[in-house]
Write a protein of this length. Structure first.
Length: 256
């Protein structure tokens, strides 16, 4: 079983940056192999996984949806890094997460999220009896490689019941150094994936939403205040700002 296939590309890109060369293709593998998330989910749970890309610079068109980070020359000139597959980052993430969970014998399926699709509309269109939907939202995800590496991330996870109600959500964000001398979970891209995406899956409220009876959770939801997740900017808000003539920098600043 292939694991941590992102370690080698990370090392290659770091060396290329140190040498000041222009890495051929400048891509990173986000789509093959499996990752051990160790979720604790049981095999009788039926759920679907979906990823949406809501990075402001992607929604505005400033960056492609295949963009995964930057590699800088010795003088600091940035070169974009894209997915090795040529597919959107959200699709690559969705595939590897779903395949990794399936490799554990879990009853998971992948739902492709249409770019710029409203999350609530997407969930309602794809809801099935007895199936919960896990929607990951990439508010930020990129690596920055110069003489050292770093990862910028802001990822949320929302769980929806079989009739399209959101029953739990959580979020992780940060800007951390990444490299072989950093802490466990930030020594390479593979570890960061396990720590960030796996951390969302293992959050107590997410575990409870997936493993517990959804009718009970729906009842609890009525007591909670509505905004469970502090969304910085929705897809619709970003597109409205773009239509209003705001620049990419203004949109990113508004969504910070």
């Amino acid at each position: 079983m292939k694991r941590y296939l992102w370690i080698k590309p990370m090392i290659i890109l770091s060396i290329a940056a140190l040498l000041g060369g222009c890495a051929i293709g400048r891509t990173t593998n986000y789509h093959t192999g499996t990752v051990d998330y160790n979720t604790g989910f049981t095999k009788d749970v039926y759920f679907a996984v979906a990823f949406q890309d809501v990075r402001p610079y992607v929604l505005s068109g400033n960056k492609k949806n295949t963009f995964v980070g930057l590699m800088r020359s010795v003088t600091g000139i940035p070169y974009p890094i894209n997915t090795e597959s040529g597919k959107p980052l959200a699709d690559d993430f969705g595939s590897i997460v779903t395949n990794s969970l399936r490799s554990k014998g879990l009853n998971a399926e992948y739902l492709k999220f249409q770019f710029r699709k409203d999350a609530d509309d997407f969930v309602k269109e794809n809801s099935k009896e007895g199936m919960k939907i896990l929607v990951f939202s990439l508010h930020e995800w990129k690596t920055d490689l110069h003489f050292t590496g770093s990862i910028h991330y802001d990822v949320s996870l929302a769980v929806y019941d079989s009739i399209g109600n959101q029953i739990a959500s959580t979020r992780q964000e940060g800007h951390d150094p990444m490299g072989p001398n950093e802490r466990v979970g930030r020594r390479n891209l593979g570890e960061a994936n396990v720590d960030i995406i796996g951390g969302l899956l293992k959050a107590p409220k997410i575990q409870a939403a997936i493993l517990s009876d959804e009718t009970v959770l729906s009842a609890e939801k009525k007591v909670e205040s509505k905004p469970q997740l502090n969304e910085k900017c929705s897809v619709k808000q970003v597109l409205k700002m773009k239509d209003a003539g705001l620049s990419d920098n203004q949109i990113e600043a508004a969504c910070e």
